[in-house]
Write a protein that binds this ligand. Structure first.
Ligand SMILES: [Zn+2]
Length: 331
């Protein structure tokens, strides 16, 4: 026999489904950060977004611009509560005592696999985190340099040289002045040099660099030419610099942040030590929820090299952490 689902169980299920604590006013009504707050076009206030768990569980937000994200959150909420009512609550310990034929553990909430369920929860948490980050925790660009563990040189020529210290001396790196400098029967061979060869250049050798190490002798940025991928670069076309800054800080709680580069466009790039495959898989779900660019999961994607110019403006190094070992060449 399934144990009876209590109102308290349902409140727990709702919080898990929306990925954030809810401030409950009574058994079935509470307030929460709007899942679509990032889309609000007017200021967000504390009681704008309400959830009610009676009959058809519903999140309602005062704003209209967030409707798509609120609708998605409502689908998740109803499906999680429906599953809980059908199968029991996985987080509820089985009561000890004289037993009937109930199974030792309650059936998992989800009919999906545990991995899928966990990813779903991660994605939800990310969606809610971005809403609160973007509205509450933005980080002005000027606050990066004082936070930098390694002091950031102001001289542009010193910036790219310091930045390349993230790589090992013999790392085979691609640097180009155009992103298309690859392949074409070896015509762009000059774009591959070891870190120390690049450092011997009298001035910045290009505007772009790849966060990947390439096989010796390669003349193409094909994925098959990538020897190792020491860094994951995160960016967003949609968040402003202060908002993406808050995302970097959030990610830096679990990943190692090595550099932040102002692209001299709308965006910042965050360079993180590349995590293991499992974490990368999770990030492929989380980062799009942060409106971050999934193309950067491709290790051979060129990104802006700090210390170079873009339309008369400096691609500026804002943060650098050389306190760890730089990356060995072995994959
Ligand atoms: Zn809203």
């Amino acid at each position: 026999m399934n144990h009876q689902i209590t109102a308290e169980d349902l409140r727990g299920v709702a919080e898990l489904a929306v990925g954030t604590p809810i401030r409950w006013e009574d058994d079935v009504t509470g307030f929460l950060p709007c899942p679509g707050a990032v889309l609000h076009t007017a200021p967000t206030r504390p009681h704008d977004c309400r959830v009610k768990l009676d009959r058809a569980p519903t999140i309602h937000c005062f704003h209209a611009s967030c409707a798509s994200m609120v609708a998605a959150a409502n689908r998740r909420l109803r499906s999680a509560i429906g599953r809980a009512q059908r199968h029991g609550v996985v987080t509820e310990p089985t009561p000890a005592g004289p037993s009937d034929e109930s199974p030792p553990n309650a059936t998992p909430l989800a009919s999906m696999s545990p991995q899928d369920y966990e990813r779903d929860v991660l994605r939800l948490r990310a969606e809610f985190a971005i809403a609160s980050l973007a509205t509450a925790r933005s980080l002005p660009v000027t606050e990066w340099i004082p936070r930098s563990p390694t002091s950031v040189p102001t001289d542009p020529d010193a910036q790219w040289r310091s930045f390349l210290q993230l790589f090992a001396a013999d790392a085979n790196l691609w640097i180009g002045s155009e992103v298309w400098q690859s392949g074409n029967e070896g015509r762009y061979q000059h774009c591959w040099r070891t870190r120390d060869q690049w450092l011997s250049y009298p001035s910045v050798p290009g505007r772009y660099v790849c966060p990947a190490l390439f096989l010796p002798g390669t003349t193409s940025r094909a994925n098959s030419a990538v020897l190792a991928r020491p860094f994951l670069v995160v960016e967003s076309d949609e968040l402003n610099k202060a908002e993406i800054g808050a995302v970097f800080l959030w990610l830096a709680e679990s990943l190692s942040l090595r550099a932040v580069v102002d692209t001299a466009g709308k965006s910042l790039h965050g360079w993180f030590d590349c995590p293991d495959e499992g974490t990368l898989t999770d990030l492929k779900i989380i980062l799009p929820a942060f409106r971050c660019d999934p193309a950067l999961f491709k290790p051979s994607q060129p990104v802006r090299l700090p210390g170079a110019m873009r339309d008369g403006r400096l691609q500026r190094l804002l943060y650098l952490d050389l306190s760890h070992e730089n990356h060995a060449i072995t994959p």
